[in-house]
Design a protein around this ligand. Structure first.
Ligand SMILES: Cc1cc2nc3c(=O)[nH]c(=O)nc-3n(C[C@H](O)[C@H](O)[C@H](O)COP(=O)(O)OP(=O)(O)OC[C@H]3O[C@@H](n4cnc5c(N)ncnc54)[C@H](O)[C@@H]3O)c2cc1C
Length: 477
């Protein structure tokens, strides 16, 4: 007798870092999740190597702090150098430097290792993981979605399509990609440093040499990575031949062991929509960017986290379905800004290589900060709104430990949680005003923090703010 399995809340197509993060966070927030992937193994070729502080914070919140620490090394700095080897722009970080989010601004890691930890955590949390299962058709109505796979159908209330850059789901839903103007071939070479005396930079280098634009990344442990921009006439040269000749000026085979190579076409593309009915595009399926600022996977982690708390609130009847529309409202402009910032880093490389005097830098480092959420479940124009809440100073506990996993309000004097926020499980935290940067808290001000630790509002009229904030997403009673 066959036993019918209950319909999961969420079906996830693609169990890469975005899908695994979304699966883990949805399951941790009480949703039932089925995750499928066409492949049975983790993608082994060189991909993400840098993770920003917000990505680290999301992983810590998901219980993966120890796993991240075990497979990562803090970034010591980064620079753009010209053909003469002179620094044009860049920064150095002192040892042990921790930024306002409570983590190093960036850590070097290995994507397959981190993916393994994410997958394991998702499995342990109860996600029904089905590998070697390919989505072959998809449809939806008012009640939910059906994913046809080569192993039978999966019905779910919602679907997260995290099926990568060539997303089958995106094509199936006829969602086109908008090109933000970048298209180049690069050879990526991951090596192991065999000779500790080999003179290599301890920081990331963008070598802006018109003869060969190159990125060097000192990875975790003995990992050393090079990314070489290819010339159009090199398209047919075998990668091993290219690798040998391009690596020769940096070290010999006795000093560097080549572990893996891949040629990628780096694109800057954004899906015209991030959702169709109950189906949400996430990660590379929704946005692709060159790796200069190390933001592709970080953006996918943000997508997964953003969806998880919203789906959980709707499933619990605490928020109206309209909350889910804020996924696209919030994440798409943020992804566009991230892609454009990355393309600017590419343009900066070209400008330096062309010998142009670069007076205002908009690559990484100075110039401009990380983008913020500009619309959606936020209110007001305080500088912190739509950005991650900084860590509270003067306490050994992290914000996530103090605030928990839901909404919270932070104030310098005790404040009653407004009933609408209380209904969402919001907790109230009273802290010394000096625990946050100047201008964040005074005797009257209250900070409203979302479950993803982004600041929803900084206000001296909490009740009106909460009315405005939640009006559109309150469940019908
Ligand atoms: C050279 C390079 C360097 C990079 N460096 C960085 C960096 O430093 N920092 C950073 O943040 N990002 C970086 N990135 C980007 C990062 O690797 C990607 O953004 C990230 O892997 C995207 O994850 P994803 O889960 O969205 O997609 P993927 O990892 O591509 O996963 C998609 C999954 O979907 C599965 N799938 C596809 N179709 C189906 C189907 N029909 N049915 C079932 N399953 C399916 C696939 O098998 C795959 O496992 C880099 C990328 C490259 C190429």
């Amino acid at each position: 007798m066959s036993v019918e399995r209950p319909r999961p809340d969420v079906a996830i197509i693609g169990f890469g870092p975005t899908g695994a993060m979304a699966a883990l966070r949805c399951q941790q927030r009480g949703l039932s999740v089925v995750a499928i992937d066409a492949e049975t193994e983790i993608y082994p070729l060189p991909r993400a190597i840098g993770l920003d502080a917000e990505g680290a914070r999301l992983l810590y919140a998901a219980g993966l702090g120890a796993a991240l620490e075990a497979c990562s090394t803090p970034l010591q700095g980064a620079e753009f150098i010209n053909a003469d080897g002179e620094r044009v722009v860049g920064f150095d970080l002192p040892e042990g430097f921790v930024g306002p989010l409570g983590h190093p601004p960036n850590v070097m890691f290995e994507q397959p290792q981190l993916e393994a930890a994410l997958r394991e955590a998702a499995r342990r949390s109860g996600v029904d993981v089905r590998l070697g299962v390919t989505a072959i058709d998809i449809g939806f109505d008012d009640d939910g979605a059906r994913v046809e796979t080569d192993h039978g159908p999966i019905d779910a209330r919602w679907v997260i399509a995290a099926d990568g850059a060539s997303s089958w789901t995106r094509k199936q839903l006829d969602i086109s990609l908008i090109d933000h103007g970048y298209d180049q071939s690069w050879l990526v070479v991951d090596t192991t440093l065999l000779d500790p005396d080999l003179d290599l930079p301890p920081i990331v280098q963008q070598v802006c040499d018109p003869r060969r634009v190159t990125t060097f990344v000192p990875g975790h442990g003995t990992r050393r990575r090079w990314e070489f921009r290819l010339n159009p006439d090199e398209a047919d040269v075998p990668p091993t031949e290219l690798t040998e000749s391009l690596l020769a000026s940096w070290g010999s085979p006795k000093q560097l062991r080549v572990d893996r190579t891949a040629i990628y076409r780096f694109h800057a593309l954004i899906a015209e929509r991030f959702a169709a009915g109950p189906i949400f595009l996430a990660g590379d399926a929704a946005h692709q960017m060159p790796p200069f600022n190390g933001q592709g996977m970080c953006s996918g982690l943000r997508d997964g986290d953003n969806l998880a708390w919203k789906l959980a609130l709707v499933a619990a009847g605490k928020a109206d379905e309209s909350l889910l529309a804020t996924y696209e409202t919030e994440r798409r402009p943020h992804a566009i800004a991230t892609v454009d910032h990355t393309c600017d880093a590419g343009r900066l490389i070209d400008a330096i290589a062309a010998g142009i005097d670069v007076t205002t830098e908009s690559g990484y480092g100075g110039g401009r900060g990380a983008p913020r959420i500009e619309a959606g479940l936020i209110d007001g124009d305080h500088v912190g709104v739509g950005r991650p809440l900084p860590q509270l100073l003067g306490t050994s506990r992290t914000i996530d430990e103090i605030l928990g996993d839901g909404f919270a309000i932070i104030s310098a004097t005790p404040v009653e949680v407004p009933p609408k926020l209380a209904a969402l499980g919001a907790r109230s935290v009273v802290t010394d005003a000096t625990a946050l940067p100047e201008g964040w808290l005074d005797e009257q001000q209250v900070i409203v923090v979302r479950p993803d630790r982004l600041v929803a509002a900084v206000t001296d009229d909490l009740n009106s703010t909460v009315q405005r904030l939640l009006r559109a997403v309150e469940p019908e009673r």
